[in-house]
Design a protein around this ligand. Structure first.
Ligand code: AVJ
Length: 322
């Protein structure tokens, strides 16, 4: 019988998160002020993101799952047998399970994740569900060069899986850089299986980032809760609000934390001033038409070999090759 096996390796070159104060102070000196969106994902923020995925307005997750439900078999046929599957981020792994269920004799599954706890949980769950697939988890920042673990046997190809439209959080230049990095890691015969939200009417997109129940608003403001706890700042939660709007020209959701009054906030030893209605930028979620996405891939030296959409045409998954 096949031995269940999983192992979690630490990449010692992960950037230390202990310079949180420095990162935040730098962002608050910028004009306009801006903070990086990865700051959303502390434990509470990760839970709130999962709650967002359940909101009726947030169509992205449901659409990508519907897409996998319809096309996972076809996708597995395109990837072919003996694939090493490297996933950027390890999320809650529903889509990964749908893919692994159809893959033909996968060589290994390599989740790459910067947060230790989610990585441990998803690694264990996947190993229980697919005891025949060796899991070689990598605790690392996927935006940096990766040292992939040696596979248990020679794969026919390495496929990097990047679902969830996480690529949308990167501005055009950074998105192309990340794809180019993946291109190097997958090798000549490899590929990238990547999910990206499609452009559509403004009302549908804006509703997804302004749900009626206010979960997205809480998710956004939780960033300040986190900073108050972790760097000892004193953001007054009742004096800031969430704002997300769709910039049609740029093709992206732009999310801000808006100060509702003139105020000063202590951040470390500094006092940071906010004027009434001042907007601090915290997230972009870029939307791509299939043509936009092919152009982005082209900038990274990649071509779209296949594309799939869900039955309602809300979301797309692309297979990119050299
Ligand atoms: C996890 C980056 C895909 O941009 O849609 C959801 C994060 N932010 N609601 C997205 C998010 C606000 C999400 N991604």
């Amino acid at each position: 019988s096949v031995q269940a096996s999983f192992d979690i390796r630490d990449d010692d070159r992960r950037p230390p998160v202990d310079d949180l104060l420095g990162i935040v102070q730098r962002g608050l000196r910028a004009r306009p002020k801006r903070l990086p969106s990865w700051l959303f994902y502390d434990e509470r923020g990760s839970q709130l993101f999962e709650d967002i995925c359940e909101q009726p307005e947030y169509y992205l997750t449901r659409s990508e799952i519907a897409l996998m439900d319809t096309h996972a078999g076809d996708i597995a046929d395109v990837l072919g047998p003996d694939v090493r599957l490297v996933e950027y981020g390890s999320g809650n792994a529903i889509k990964t399970r749908m893919l692994l269920e159809h893959l033909h004799a996968p060589v290994s599954y390599v989740p790459v994740e910067i947060s230790a706890e989610p990585l441990r949980n998803s690694t264990q769950a996947l190993n229980e569900r697919f005891p025949g697939v060796p899991v070689q988890a990598l605790h690392a920042d996927f935006t940096r060069p990766l040292r992939l673990p040696i596979p248990p046997r020679a794969p026919r190809r390495t496929v990097i899986y990047f679902p969830g439209s996480t690529i949308g959080n990167f501005e055009a230049r950074d998105a192309a850089d990340l794809l180019r990095k993946m291109r190097g890691e997958m090798g000549d015969n490899g590929g990238i299986l990547i999910g990206a939200d499609l452009k559509k009417d403004t009302a549908t997109i804006e509703a997804a980032y302004n749900d009626k129940a206010g979960v997205t608003s809480e998710f956004t403001l939780n960033m300040l809760v986190r900073l108050n706890r972790e760097i000892g700042s004193d953001f007054d939660l009742s004096s800031f609000r969430h704002r997300s709007h769709y910039n049609v020209m740029a093709g992206r959701i732009e999310t801000f934390i808006v100060s509702t009054r003139d105020q000063k906030v202590r951040v470390g030893k500094q006092q940071v001033g906010f004027t009434a209605e001042e907007a601090m930028q915290v997230e972009y979620s870029c939307k791509y038409s299939p043509e936009d996405f092919a152009a982005l891939a082209g900038k990274a030296g990649l071509a779209v070999a296949h594309e799939w959409t869900d039955p309602q045409g809300m979301f797309a998954v692309y297979y990119l090759v050299r």
